[in-house]
Design a protein around this ligand. Structure first.
Ligand SMILES: [Cu+2]
Length: 113
């Protein structure tokens, strides 16, 4: 009885190690995507922005969701209604390298990947 329990525990620990190493591996080859969307709300308390974004090819459909902002200075500048392009990484809900889309970009077309 005790021996069975010990074996089960050992198996569980082994499984936990496998899972954690698999997670570490996927993190080392994160894919980058370009997000294009509009800020719906700036949540100062959470340091998050709600973004209505277009479909991200090969990753996500179009939706409205919250993202963190990598650059605190940029976060302060963001406001509802801003149209943005940013870089995001798989399984990490943070916006990197945010660029505000200017009227000029709309005329000439925003380069999206
Ligand atoms: Cu999304």
């Amino acid at each position: 009885m005790i021996r069975t329990a010990a074996r089960t525990l050992a198996a569980l620990i082994g499984l936990a190690c496998l899972i954690s190493s698999a997670t570490a591996q996927s993190n080392s080859k994160t894919k980058a995507y370009t997000l294009h969307g509009t800020i719906q709300e700036v949540k100062d308390a959470d340091k998050k922005v709600t973004v209505k974004h277009d479909k991200i090819e090969g990753y996500m459909g179009a939706m409205t969701m919250d993202y963190g902002v990598s650059d605190p200075e940029m976060f302060k500048k963001l406001k509802a209604g801003d149209e943005i392009v940013a870089t995001i990484y798989q399984d990490e809900y943070t916006l990197y390298n945010i660029r505000l889309v200017q009227i000029d970009d709309r005329v000439h077309g925003v380069k999206r990947k």
